[in-house]
Design a protein around this ligand. Sequence first.
Ligand SMILES: [Cu+2]
Length: 105
Amino acid sequence: MTPRWILPILAALMAGMSVSAQAATIQITMDNLVISPAEATAKVGDTIDWINKDIFAHTATARNGDWDIAMPPKKTVTSVLKKAGTIEYYCRFHPNMKAKLTVAP
Ligand SMILES: [Cu+2]
């Protein structure tokens, strides 16, 4: 049988975990027709800063249709991840620009 004193300790541990699992901001840059990093990892609730350093527009278009972010030239667009999964995405204007984002639940 589980001793009673374990429960408050578990509760305290879980409270600590939720603090350390706070949402993060991940920066993904489009520069000279290259997405970097080409593979990124994040969690649901995290924010992505999509930074377009080029003088033309780009998109981050998820192949599975989860999201389609449009980035005007020299602008940063932010989005919040709402769904877990491994998402391959590309730029609709420059299909050679490809990258992958792994979103943990
Ligand atoms: Cu592009």
